[in-house]
Write a protein of this length. Structure first.
Length: 337
C-alpha cells in the first residue's frame, strides 16, 4: 500500500523543524509499491526520507520524497551465542537498541539514543562512543530503482567508512533501503574506551548492558539538544580528516587540541570539528532564529521558525570562521537538499 501527499509542508518530517515544502511525499510499505511507481514513470528527482534526523531542506523540494513505513522485526537465527535479526527500514533506531538491551544482546548499546530510523542507519554508518553500526550489520536489502528489483549487499559490499557508505556514493539516487540485517551476541563485550563512558558506567555499578545504555543516554542528554525541544540534526559537521603535516602544525600551535588516529591510515589525522568551532569563538553564537548550540558546538539549532536557508547561511559562516582561524575545511554531515 502507498499513500501520496501533494504539495506538503515538511516541518513535522525533519528534526530541524524547518518549514519547507515538497511537491510530493509517498509513504510506502513494500518493494512492490516501489516497483509499481518506478515501472509506471520514473520520477526525475527523488529522495528517501527516514525519520528526517539528518536532512536539511534548504528550499522547496521540487521532486518526490519516499518515506518507508514498514517496521517489522524478525529473528532469523539464534545459535545460543549469536542472534541474527532482520529489521525493516521504518523501525525506530533507539527502540531497536532498547529491544537488544532488554533481550541481553550485545553490539549496538553504545549507539543508544541516536535519533534515526533503522533504514537510515547504514547510509551514514551512524556512530558514537567508539562504535559504528557497520560492526553489527551483516546485510542491507534495498530496492534498486534502475533494475526494479530487490538487491542484497553484504557488509563488505556496503563500503562502510567514517560517516560513509555506498549509499552516499554509487547508490545515491539508485537505492531505497528496505531492511537491515544485524548480528548481535550474548557474550558481553563492553566497549568503554571513549571519553567519560567508563566513569559513567562504573558510577552505575559496572558494565551491564542496561548500565551502558543509561550512561550513554545520560552523556548524550547533557550535550545534545533534544530535537523535540530544539530543532537540530545532531552533529551538523563531520570531524575533518587532514594530512598529518596539517595536524602537526596545529598541535604545535594548540597543544590542547583533541585529535584521533584514522584506522589503517598513517598519513591522516581526524580533528574534532566541535573543538575547532568552539575555539573559533562560536559556541553559543546566535543569529536570529538559528545558532550554534551552547553545550556542543558541532550542533546547529533552530530556535523556532527558521528556514533551511537560514541554517545553511549559518553553516557557511561557521565553516568560513574555522577556515580563517585554523586553515581547515569542515563539511556538513547532514544531507542538504
Ligand atoms: N569539543 C569542544 N567543544 C565543543 C564540542 C566538542 O571542545 O563544543 C571537544 C570535546 O571536548 C572533545 C572533542 O571536541 O575533546 C570531541 O567532542 P565529542 O567527544 O563531544 O565528540 P565529537 O567528535 O564532537 C562525535 C560524533 C557524535 C557522537 C560523539 C560521541 C561526529 C561528527 N560526531 O562527536 O555523533 O555522538 O562523537 O561519540 O563524528 C552525530 O553524528 O549526530 C553525533 C552526535
Amino acid at each position: 500500500m502507498k499513500r501520496i501527499y501533494n504539495d506538503i509542508n515538511l516541518a513535522s518530517r525533519n528534526s530541524f523543524g524547518v518549514s519547507e515544502k515538497a511537491r510530493m511525499v509517498v509513504e510506502f510499505d513494500s518493494a512492490e509499491d516501489l516497483k509499481e511507481i518506478f515501472s509506471a514513470e520514473r520520477p526525475d528527482k527523488w529522495y528517501v526520507l527516514g525519520a528526517g534526523n539528518n536532512t536539511l531542506f534548504t528550499q522547496y523540494y521540487d521532486g518526490v520524497i519516499f518515506n518507508p513505513k514498514a517496521s517489522s522485526i524478525a529473528i532469523l537465527g539464534d545459535d545460543g551465542e549469536y542472534v541474527d535479526l532482520r529489521v525493516e527500514a521504518a523501525y525506530d533506531w533507539d527502540s531497536l537498541v532498547e529491544w537488544s538491551v532488554n533481550n541481553g544482546l550485545w553490539g549496538i548499546e553504545n549507539l543508544s539514543a541516536i535519533p534515526s530510523s533503522v533504514g537510515a542507519a547504514p547510509v551514514q554508518n551512524i556512530g558514537a562512543y567508539g562504535a559504528e553500526v557497520k560492526d553489527a550489520i551483516t546485510t542491507v536489502e534495498y530496492f534498486d530503482t534502475n533494475k526494479l528489483e530487490v538487491v542484497r549487499l553484504s557488509n563488505k559490499e556496503c563500503g562502510f567508512a567514517y560517516r560513509e557508505s555506498i549509499f552516499k556514493q554509487e547508490l545515491r539516487g539508485v537505492a531505497i533501503i528496505l531492511a537491515v540485517e544485524m548480528r548481535l551476541c550474548r557474550t558481553p563485550r563492553p566497549n568503554l574506551g571513549y571519553g567519560d563512558v567508563i566513569k559513567e558506567v562504573e558510577a552505575r555499578g559496572g558494565a551491564t548492558l542496561q548500565n551502558i545504555r543509561e550512561a550513554i543516554c545520560a552523556i548524550r542528554g547533557r550535550k545534545l539538544p533534544d530535537p523535540k525541544v530544539l530543532g537540530n540534526a545532531g552533529s551538523f559537521f563531520k570531524n575533518p580528516i587532514v594530512e598529518r603535516g596539517v595536524a602537526d602544525r596545529l598541535i604545535a600551535e594548540y597543544p590542547d587540541m583533541p585529535y584521533y588516529a584514522v584506522p589503517n591510515d598513517e598519513e591522516h589525522i581526524k580533528l574534532a570539528a566541535g573543538w575547532l568551532i568552539d575555539r573559533a569563538g562560536l559556541k553559543g553564537y546566535r543569529d536570529g532564529n538559528v545558532g550554534v548550540h551552547q553545550n556542543q558546538a558541532l550542533v546547529l539549532v533552530n530556535y523556532g521558525g527558521a528556514t533551511g536557508g537560514e541554517v545553511i547561511a549559518l553553516s557557511k559562516y561557521v565553516s568560513q570562521c574555522v577556515k580563517e582561524k585554523f586553515g581547515v575545511e569542515i563539511s556538513p554531515e547532514v544531507n542538504l537538499l
